[in-house]
Design a protein around this ligand. Sequence first.
Ligand code: GDD
Ligand code: MG
Length: 331
Amino acid sequence: MLVGGFGTRLRPLTWHTPKQMLPVVDRPMLERVVSELGQHGVTDAILSLGFKPDAFLAAYPDDRCGGVRLHYAVEPEPLDTAGAVRFAAEAVGMDSTFIVVNGDVLTDLDITALWRLHRDKRAEGTIALTPVEDPSRYGVVPIDDDGRVEAFIEKPRREDAPSNWINAGTYVLEPSVIERIPPGRRVSIERETFPAMVADGTLYALHSEAYWVDAGTAETYLQVQLDYVDGHRGVREPAIDASACVAADAVVEHSVVMAGAQVGAGATVRDSALLPGVRVDAGAVVERSVCGPRSVVGAGATLRDLTVLGEDVAVPAGAELWGARIPDEEP
Ligand code: GDD
Ligand code: MG
């Protein structure tokens, strides 16, 4: 599991916490991804760590998460997506077919079907593809009728993308892929390794229409949470934590209110996520925004348009924020 990135698009939430340890409704993103893997028979996961590894180690002192045993490979410096795979594979002596996942993707993808296709095609690597509206922030992957990958184009300009099927960030790989990755330097699996496999004709892919969201931006991090409470992932999850406190005349609509959060008299919270310990004071309005742990929205303040507050931020009473990121520099 690749979970070592800086999470830059989710700042300020990721100044203190790696993105995969950010809560999604009531548990860390990581736990949701890991338990999904467990559903498909995965028993052991290696976390490929770089940025703030201690946050992961401290959260799972018994090395178990979502029914899966955790192992850790901490990079001395960021090695990028393929460098990280090589580093982690060497750490555990990987010598059989294995799965790689981007740790910020929440999906109902059928990994078992992906594994089967990989076996049937005798592929060296098989990747899952998902359709998106705008492929430009992803890896774009056209395939032929046999499922063989024709090209792998990471983050093309929108008008240059040959397809709207993109790399869903889940791969089944043979150990021979590890040998393709030069050791000891940054290597991108999307820009170097996969294009080399395309050239050799050994990379296959499977189209999947299953639920899929990369939760790595403020917009999608908010979206995945609302999807859980809207019931788009099966069971409708409780939107307001039992330990949260919402004033009788406050309005909380289509939002996630996490443990210990408080919403004061006459306040409005709509299409938003309040992380643990947030306080929204009397008469404040929070719309389509994310408030980080223990942040305080002062009385009568307004947050709109994907405003994101980091940890312990205090917004003064009466302030009006549109699309703001606070703090906008490392605290
Ligand atoms: N260990 C380690 N070391 N992990 C890393 C590093 C690194 O140097 N760099 C990134 N990661 C981790 C991130 O934490 C994340 O879980 C995963 O690798 C993917 O990185 P992102 O930064 O989220 O990539 P992206 O979303 O821009 O693009 C990737 O995912 C898309 C699908 O969500 C690419 O794989 C695209 O091709 C793909 O379409
Ligand atoms: Mg991502």
